[in-house]
Design a protein around this ligand. Sequence first.
Ligand code: NAP
Ligand code: 3JN
Length: 339
Amino acid sequence: MFKKKDSYVVAVVGATGAVGSEMIEVLAERNFPVSELRPLASERSEGKTVEFKGKNVKVQKLTAESFKGVDIALFSAGADRSLEFCPAAAAAGAVCIDNSSAFRMDPVVPLVVPEVNPHDIAKYTTKGIIANPNCSTIQMVVALKPLHDAAKIKRVVVTTFQSVSGTGAKAMDELLDQTKALLSFQEVEKKVYPHQIAFNCLPHIDKFIENGYTKEEMKMVNETNKIMGDDSIRVTATTVRVPVFRCHSESVNIETEKKLSANEARAILSTAPGVVLYDDPARNVYPLAIDVAGSDDTYVGRIREDESIPNGLNMWVVADNLRKGAATNAVQIAEYLIK
Ligand code: NAP
Ligand code: 3JN
């Protein structure tokens, strides 16, 4: 069982990356009780420092010995690093909160969004690992759960508009560099994505698999069923990369067993945990990536009845993929753990 203390030794694996650096910021902002922060990354980052609560902390090279005395290890250095080092961290006594896809569908590892299934956190004890879902799934289930509780969702059709920060720090540089190059009539360089991302939309996130979908699309399908604890919900997804730096937007269509009017859905979402209802089209009020950036909430707007079926709704869901989609969700799990 997790031992309660006044403060905790927290390791951040991938501390120099887009998600890891956000994790360090969120730990500080939310005043998580940290007695020692241990930033870990590759040997490329040895000698670098990260700032935590006004102090510079040295980044250490990740090894199996990195976890001595660590209570909580937040992982965001890719699935291969998680597969290799989460077991070592857990064996050293740390509880791992893993941001990668490595353990998400492992039946003995809980996959948690605190607004949806906080009760599952207690199941971490078998492997000492709690999985953080994919960013696109997190924001969608925050909006779906209260509607599911009220009217039982039968089917979800989602299209995502995902920002480049979901791919990491190098992809953010690529969007900036390509945009600058195009605006000054220069050649565009492609290093991260297979096609130009500036002024474009790529219907391709993660690898294609045999069924014609991408892995990102199938993550949304499988993770939604696991988090909601209901395999009867049918989910289909199209995931698209768009030239936006931060925040993922999603067009979500749901079909419910019980009829919900748009007004009823608005009333439910207006009090739902982690949701901000932002829906007044007459005044051009709907969630926008550039406004939601930096927020920990999931914004929902454009709620309207789907007139093509008896019990259907459409909505527009936006959240900051580096915060609620990754770092904030992970730190919220850690907060539950120490409660
Ligand atoms: P990023 O900006 O490229 O950062 C990668 C981080 O991993 C860096 O700190 C890097 O350290 C570290 N790293 C890479 N190889 C390593 C190695 N061999 N040993 C130790 N550390 C290593 O990527 P990111 O966007 O932060 O994403 C990192 C991971 O987080 C992803 O691969 C994914 O698994 C997960 N993620 C999850 C979500 C989600 O939806 N919840 C969203 C985005 C990312 P150096 O700086 O030293 O290279
Ligand atoms: O592309 C995005 O917007 C989210 C990216 C997530 C991601 C990127 C690289 C590897 C993941 C993830 O969280 O599923 C992974 C992975 O761990 O498989």
